[in-house]
Design a protein around this ligand. Structure first.
Ligand SMILES: [Zn+2]
Ligand SMILES: [Zn+2]
Length: 485
C-alpha cells in the first residue's frame, strides 16, 4: 500500500492524503487551506482532480472547512464517504449559508449524494478495508480511520483530542476496533501550541457555570458547529437557572444531534433537560424583542449563544441590563495584525470580554498514549506547521517520517517472501520501518526518518532471501538525509 501526503506535511489546513493499492485510490479529506498559513493553491492529483477516477473514493474525517471545504471542486462522479450525523450538520450549515455564499448550494448537492458510514461499522472500497473510529474533536461526529490493504495497515487520526467529554472511552475503542497498526498518519496541530489544552471541557464547563451564576446577562460567541461546547453551555445555563437562548439555525443543529445520533444521542450531554433551548423569534429580518421577552430575561437571566453579525449585535444592544461577553473560540481570530484576525468578531465582543476556550486538538502527552496503544513501526505527522518539533518530541520512541508535500512511502506486507527492510538504531534501541519491494523504497523512507534526533542514529537496509538475510546498505541516518537533500 502506498501512502502519499499531497498536502499537509508542513501546514495545518487543507491536508490531502492518498492511500493507493493496485491502482485503487482512497483519499482522505479535501479541504481549504487556512488563512495565515502557507498556500499551495489548487491541487492537481491524478485519480482525484483529474484522470481516471473509476477506482477512487474520498473519505471525509469531519466537517471543518480545512477538511471538507474544497470537495465542490472535485469531479461529481467521485464517491464521497462521510459520517452520518456530520453530514446532517453540514447540510444544516450549508442550507443556512447558501444565500450568502453560492459554494454552499454546491456543497448541499454534493452531500445529498454522499455515502455515509457509522462508527465501528467497517466497510470496504475495492481492496481497502476501512474502519471508522469516532474521535473527540471540536467538530461533532469526527473520525479517525484504520485503513488496510495488501497486508499493510495505517491509522489516520484526523483531528482529535483526548481532553473532551467523550475521550475516556478511547483506549477501549482502540483495543476493540483498531489493535496495532503499521503506520500512524497523525495530526500535530498543537506541537507549537503547548498551552492550548491546559483545560478539559469539563473544567471549562464548571467555570462557565460559575460565571453564569454570577452574571445575569451572558453572551457567548461560539462556532455554531462546536457541538460539545454548545451542549456543555446549555447544561451549565440550566444548572445556573438561566434561559438558554439560540437562533433557529443553532437550534436546528442541536436537534440534529439529540434526535439522530445513534451512538451519542443517548448520552446525557446531548439530551435536553427540563427546558429546551429557547429559540429567538424573528420580525422583518431582526430578532424580536418584546416587553414580555425583556421581562422574562430580566427575571431569570440568560445565556445567549451569539455569532458576530449585525443581527446579533442589534439584539444584544436592545436587551437591557449589563452583559458579560465571552469568546469561546480560538484566540487567533482576535489577534491584530494576523491573517486570521476577524474585525467583526472583535467589534461584537467589545473590550471587556472573557476568553474561555480549550483546544479541539490533542496535546502531545495524550498523543503519546495513543501511539503506545497503536504500536506503529513509524509515524507520519501531518496537519502541523512544525513537523520537526513533532519529531523532536517523539523520535526517541518511534521513528518519525517527515515527508514533503507530494512524497510518500510504499510499504508491502511482511508476509511477502522477498522483502527489503530498513532498520534504524541508536544504542541498543533498534526499530524496523516495515517491508519494501525495492532497495530505493527502503532508502527513501530512511532519508525522511528522524530517530533519536539529537544523537547519532544509524541505519541498515537488509534483504531477506529464503532463510538468510544480507545487508545492502548501512551508515549514519543524518548522512543519508544530507545526501538526499
Ligand atoms: Zn478540525
Ligand atoms: Zn483540521
Amino acid at each position: 500500500m502506498n501512502i502519499k501526503i499531497h498536502r499537509g506535511t508542513h501546514q495545518i489546513g487543507g491536508c490531502v492524503t492518498e492511500y493507493e493499492y493496485e491502482g485503487w485510490r482512497l483519499f482522505v479529506d479535501y479541504g481549504e487551506e487556512l488563512p495565515g498559513g502557507p498556500k499551495s493553491g489548487d491541487l492537481h492529483i491524478e485519480g482525484l482532480t483529474h484522470g481516471d477516477i473509476s477506482k477512487s473514493a474520498l473519505l471525509i474525517t469531519h466537517y471543518h472547512g480545512d477538511h471538507i471545504g474544497s470537495i465542490t471542486k472535485l469531479p461529481k462522479e467521485l464517491p464521497i464517504y462521510i459520517g452520518k450525523v456530520g453530514r446532517e450538520i453540514q447540510l444544516v450549515l450549508s442550507d443556512h449559508l447558501k444565500s450568502v455564499d453560492g459554494i454552499h448550494q454546491e456543497m448541499l448537492e454534493r452531500l445529498l449524494h454522499a455515502n455515509t458510514f457509522e462508527a465501528g461499522k467497517g466497510f470496504s472500497f475495492g481492496p481497502f478495508s476501512i474502519m471508522p473510529i469516532t474521535v473527540d474533536h471540536s467538530a461533532f461526529d469526527a473520525y479517525a480511520f484504520k485503513i488496510e490493504a495488501g497486508g499493510v495497515s495505517a491509522f489516520h487520526t484526523g483531528d482529535f483530542r483526548t481532553h473532551g467529554f467523550r475521550s475516556k472511552k478511547l483506549p477501549d475503542v482502540f483495543q476493540k476496533y483498531v489493535g496495532e497498526v503499521d503506520y500512524v498518519v497523525c495530526e500535530g496541530t498543537n506541537v507549537a501550541r503547548p498551552d492550548a489544552t491546559n483545560q478539559t471541557e469539563w473544567e471549562l464547563q464548571q467555570q462557565f457555570e460559575e460565571q453564569f451564576k454570577a452574571n445575569k446577562g451572558n453572551v457567548v460567541y461560539l462556532s455554531s458547529t462546536n457541538i460539545d461546547r454548545l451542549f456543555s453551555l446549555y447544561h451549565a445555563a440550566l444548572r445556573a437557572g438561566r434561559v438558554f437562548l439560540v437562533d433557529a439555525y443553532q437550534k436546528q443543529i442541536m436537534d440534529a444531534v439529540t434526535q439522530r445520533d445513534p451512538l451519542w444521542g443517548k448520552s446525557k450531554l446531548y439530551r435536553y433537560g427540563n427546558y429546551e433551548p429557547k429559540v429567538l423569534m424573528y420580525d422583518k429580518g431582526e430578532f424580536l424583542v418584546t416587553d414580555e421577552f425583556k421581562a422574562f430575561l430580566d427575571k431569570l437571566g440568560y445565556v445567549l449563544i451569539a455569532r458576530a453579525n449585525p443581527r446579533f449585535d442589534s439584539l444584544v444592544e436592545r436587551i437591557p441590563g449589563e452583559k458579560q461577553k465571552y469568546l469561546s473560540m480560538w484566540n487567533g481570530y482576535v489577534k491584530e495584525g494576523t491573517e486570521t484576525y476577524n474585525k467583526n468578531l472583535v467589534d461584537s465582543l467589545g473590550k471587556d470580554y472573557k476568553p474561555m476556550h480549550t483546544s479541539g486538538h490533542s496535546d502531545m502527552n495524550s498523543m503519546r498514549e495513543v501511539f503506545l496503544l497503536l504500536h506503529p513501526k513509524a509515524i507520519i505527522p501531518i496537519h502541523t506547521d512544525k513537523p520537526e518539533g513533532f519529531a523532536q518530541l517523539f523520535s526517541e520512541e518511534w521513528p518519525i517520517v517527515v515527508l514533503n508535500d507530494g512524497d510518500g512511502i510504499s510499504p508491502i506486507s511482511s508476509r511477502i517472501a522477498d522483502s527489503i527492510y530498513p532498520m534504524v538504531s541508536c544504542g541498543r534501541t533498534k526499530k524496523c520501518l516495515g517491508y519494501f519491494r525495492r532497495e530505493e523504497d527502503a532508502l527513501s523512507i530512511l532519508s525522511h526518518t528522524f530517530f533519536y534526533l539529537d544523537k547519532q542514529a544509524k541505519y541498515e537496509v537488509w534483504d531477506e532471501e529464503d532463510f538468510s538475510a544480507k545487508k545492502l546498505a548501512s551508515g549514519l541516518l543524518s548522512e543519508l538525509q544530507k545526501k538526499s537533500e
